[in-house]
Design a binder for this molecule. Sequence first.
Ligand SMILES: NC(=O)c1ccc[n+]([C@@H]2O[C@H](COP(=O)([O-])OP(=O)(O)OC[C@H]3O[C@@H](n4cnc5c(N)ncnc54)[C@H](OP(=O)(O)O)[C@@H]3O)[C@@H](O)[C@H]2O)c1
Length: 257
Amino acid sequence: MISLKDKIVFISGATSGIGKASAFAFAAEGARLIICARRKNKLDVVADDIKKRFGVRVYAIELDVRNKTDVNSAISNLPDEWKNIDILVNNAGLGKGLNKFYEDNPENWEEMIDTNIKGLLYVTYAVLPLMLERKNGHIINIGSLAGREAYPKGAVYCSTKHAVDAITKSLRMDLIDMNIKVSTIDPGLVETNFSVIRFEGDVEKAKNVYKGMEPLTADDIAETVIFCATRPKNVNIAEILILAGTQASSTIVHRES
Ligand SMILES: NC(=O)c1ccc[n+]([C@@H]2O[C@H](COP(=O)([O-])OP(=O)(O)OC[C@H]3O[C@@H](n4cnc5c(N)ncnc54)[C@H](OP(=O)(O)O)[C@@H]3O)[C@@H](O)[C@H]2O)c1
């Protein structure tokens, strides 16, 4: 097993859900963290909690991954002691709206494409030179079951996660001789703020997504991220599909009434 002690881990979207749980999980292993998200106040709370609980160093950056210029300057302005990023967790992402394609708002598409695809590409492109220089690194993308199958009313969200799947596979090929692993973790239903965002703040609608079933938790996914990140040098977990206990596919979920 690879020790995560003093490894530098960059996590995008660490103010909530899977990204936040992953930040805590890496900190528990003694890693140093660079965390980013748009909501600086929430990010600072996460950073302070982690420092207090685990005594590790945390560097928090207010960052919208959709902004290429900001992404580039955030990474290039990292202090030297934070530049040797060992692990990149591309987690920032969202689903916006759940509507039939012809009834959807194209603004939702822009936001999902700009965040889930372009944001992931910008961050990866900015971080990679730091890994290539040292011929060392691991990129862990948070994909989705939606990247493996399409479901009704999900044309654009599913497309963005299919793109993450393609990017993961292609990157792995491009980096095969560079000692940089590339993995994807593809969760099914995880109860986070995801559905609240998807339904634009409608908490009742969001709760209904998990009605009568026990969804995955952000901690379940964080544990999986740690599993990927700690495999020995000769092992690369290419992809993990992780579903809730009573979920067979995006649309087949057993619910107790
Ligand atoms: N929950 C699920 O059922 C599920 C299933 C499969 C895959 N996923 C994927 O898991 C990832 C994390 O989602 P989650 O479930 O943990 O949702 P969440 O609780 O809503 O967390 C999303 C995180 O992404 C950040 N984020 C969103 N847009 C951003 C931007 N433009 N720039 C920087 N950070 C941004 C948010 O921070 P700020 O708002 O502070 O920027 C937040 O920290 C996403 O990629 C999602 O597609 C989720």
